[in-house]
Ligand binder design. Structure first.
Ligand SMILES: Nc1ncnc2c1ncn2[C@@H]1O[C@H](COP(=O)(O)OP(=O)(O)OP(=O)(O)O)[C@@H](O)[C@H]1O
Length: 300
């Protein structure tokens, strides 16, 4: 495990009846990097996301996330042997995500996600979408009571901070001018970036993006790359990305994990996996016996 590891997935298996969607998958993601999970349709990518974000309980396996330093992983075996979901030690914390409900994966472990199909609140304004994403700190500042909402100073301060954060993200996704318009009326590419900004308003340590470039034109894809590299550079947020658009994957990823039929078939830098005959064969739908031919073709 690298000293900067933020996420480890160990022997993750997810079965649906007789179908093994994810089969003994292990990989790690490094803090502050963009890790892409790619593979042909039905390879198991979204199922892995659903396990990491608490939507599915894996059939087997362990998913550990560290806050603070990777030294948090020193307590991994002790935590696994205990019945606990997480353990904290000063500014370090370690979470076993496979034991947690989805709301705790987002609220306590600070893992945020976006979906293949955009899930904004279409009838709410652009600004309201960014404010709703901050309901947890706002509710905390209200003391979970009506008195906070009636204007206690602590609540007003939290509310101002939430507005500042929303404005910050509106500026970075170029939507300040449309802040008061319903989200559903935005062009598709703007909705995609708003969804990412909304996820960032919850201050995630790990942001999971399920096909963020789906349906985008070339210019929108370029804007998406810009916002994702900005998030990595300026916020140090670790990103885990499912993506079919290879121009996005190859341009912005630091590390690529390739799945086929639920199994990992390659793991390395974008250049490494791009030239891996097993990956080329999987995308071309080639049989095992034909991999040698692909290998010969690649090395020409
Ligand atoms: N809730 C479910 N119940 C039964 N089978 C499921 C369920 N979710 C996924 N599967 C199956 O698991 C396999 C992997 O699906 P998954 O959606 O994870 O693949 P994917 O790599 O994300 O595909 P795509 O790129 O097409 O989105 C598929 O055969 C799918 O039909």
């Amino acid at each position: 495990m690298s000293s900067d590891t933020i996420l480890t997935v160990d022997n993750l298996t997810m079965r649906f009846g007789g179908l093994t969607a994810v089969d003994s998958l292990s990989f790690t993601a490094t803090r502050g990097e963009i890790t892409a999970l790619i593979g042909p349709n039905g390879a198991g990518k979204t199922t892995v996301f659903n396990c990491i974000t608490g939507f599915y309980k894996p059939t087997e396996g362990r998913i550990a996330l560290a806050h603070g330093s990777a030294a948090a992983f020193d307590r991994l075996e002790d935590l696994t042997d205990s019945p606990e979901q997480f353990s904290r030690n000063g500014s370090d914390a370690l979470f076993l995500l496979e034991r947690m409900q989805d709301h705790d994966v987002s609220g306590k472990a600070h893992v945020a996600r976006t979906f293949q199909n955009i899930r904004l609140f279409g009838g709410m304004t652009v600004l309201e979408n960014l404010m709703v994403a901050q309901h947890l700190p706002l509710m905390k500042a209200s003391g979970y009571s009506i008195f906070g909402l009636l204007g206690l100073p602590g609540y007003r301060k939290a509310e101002n901070e939430a507005i500042d954060k929303a404005r910050y993200w509106l500026e970075h996704i170029n939507l300040v001018d449309r802040a008061d318009e319903p989200a559903a009326g935005l062009p598709y590419g703007d909705q995609r970036r708003l969804e990412i900004a909304r996820a960032m308003c919850s201050d995630p340590v790990l942001l999971c993006l399920d096909e963020p470039a789906a349906g985008l034109n070339a210019r929108e894809s370029h804007d998406l790359n810009d916002i994702l590299t900005f998030i990595r550079r300026e916020h140090g947020t670790s990103l885990l990305l499912i993506e079919h658009d290879m121009s996005v994957v190859m341009e912005i990823s630091d590390h690529v994990v390739v799945l086929d039929y639920g199994k990992k078939i390659s793991d390395g830098t974008p250049d490494y996996v791009r030239n891996d005959p097993k990956v080329i064969a999987a995308y071309l739908g080639v049989d095992d016996e034909e991999i040698d031919d692909v290998e010969a073709e690649v090395s020409k």
